[in-house]
Design a protein around this ligand. Structure first.
Ligand code: F6R
Length: 261
């Protein structure tokens, strides 16, 4: 796991966007796995800037999102489909028909999840998976206690995730946050060829510590990324603060990226 530690979340977002833009330039048919939440928004803005400046094109890119709430229509302003349209898809030249988000309204949710896995497989698998991390160490909606080999399925949110999501979205209204969601599994995520995880702010310190320097455990599902051969974590100094070897990680990753450490 490579840990890139930047002074600010703006700088970390820029570097992460550079990595994705470079991959898309190299392979215009890149298959992306995408995340929602507050964390990737700055990176999505950087990707949009590069498209606007004609430095890269997402015309042939296909994407699959990590998760979606159960019961929310794609037009609901808190649905993840809506979020993606507003925060990324409308701002870049990706074709909407090439973007995929789980359908939280599907009649048969298990069938929806199995079909999603099949679609990803048919596309040749995910080349780069974008991730945030929950304050409890979750990736996608894989909460503590989820098998590290799990596949896309219906999942149950913890009270702490419901609280975090109500704080940032849903106008703070706890009882409006759905308690179930459809989510790619940890096993599904770990099959991506490359991982780009973003983590910002003090609220993520414990999760980042657990992911990077804790044991591999289903109590911090992000720790499964320790087994991934090409996982990159872009964080700010606040999120990295509890890492014992943070100076070493910063030096190593900056050297690998050709930056001044
Ligand atoms: C979003 C997702 C979640 C978030 C995580 C962090 O699609 O899968 O795992 O990445 O909950 O959320 P923020 O970025 O809002 O702190």
């Amino acid at each position: 796991m490579e840990i890139v530690i930047c002074k600010t979340k703006e700088e970390a977002s820029r570097l992460a966007a550079d990595m994705i833009n470079a991959a898309v330039k190299k392979n215009p048919k890149t298959v992306l796995g995408l995340a929602t939440g507050s964390t990737p928004v700055l990176m999505y803005n950087e990707m949009a800037k590069a498209v606007k400046a004609k430095k890269v094109s997402y015309k042939q890119v296909k994407s699959w999102n990590l998760d979606e709430y159960e019961g929310l229509a794609p037009t609901h302003n808190q649905s993840y489909r809506y979020f993606m349209n507003e925060n990324l898809f409308k701002k870049i030249d990706i074709q909407l028909k090439n973007t995929h988000v789980l359908n939280g309204l599907a009649k048969d949710l298990d069938k929806e999840c199995a079909a999603y896995e099949a679609q990803i497989k048919k596309a040749g698998g995910i080349d780069i998976q974008v991730l945030g991390i929950g304050s409890d160490g979750h990736i996608a909606f894989n909460e503590p206690g989820t098998s590290l080999t799990s596949r896309t399925s219906v999942v149950y949110l913890t009270p702490s995730t419901i609280k975090d999501n109500a704080r940032l979205f849903f106008n703070g209204k706890l009882d409006e946050v759905p308690t179930r969601a459809l989510s790619m599994g940890v096993g599904t995520i770990c099959e991506a060829k490359k991982i780009v995880l973003l983590a910002f702010g003090e609220n993520k310190q414990d999760a980042v510590k657990g992911m990077v320097e804790g044991g591999v455990t289903q109590f911090c599902t992000a720790s499964a990324l320790q087994m991934h051969p090409d996982a990159w974590v872009f964080c700010d100094e606040a999120a990295a603060k509890k890492l014992k070897l943070r100076k070493y990680y910063a030096w190593r990753s900056a050297t690998k990226l050709g930056l001044k450490a």
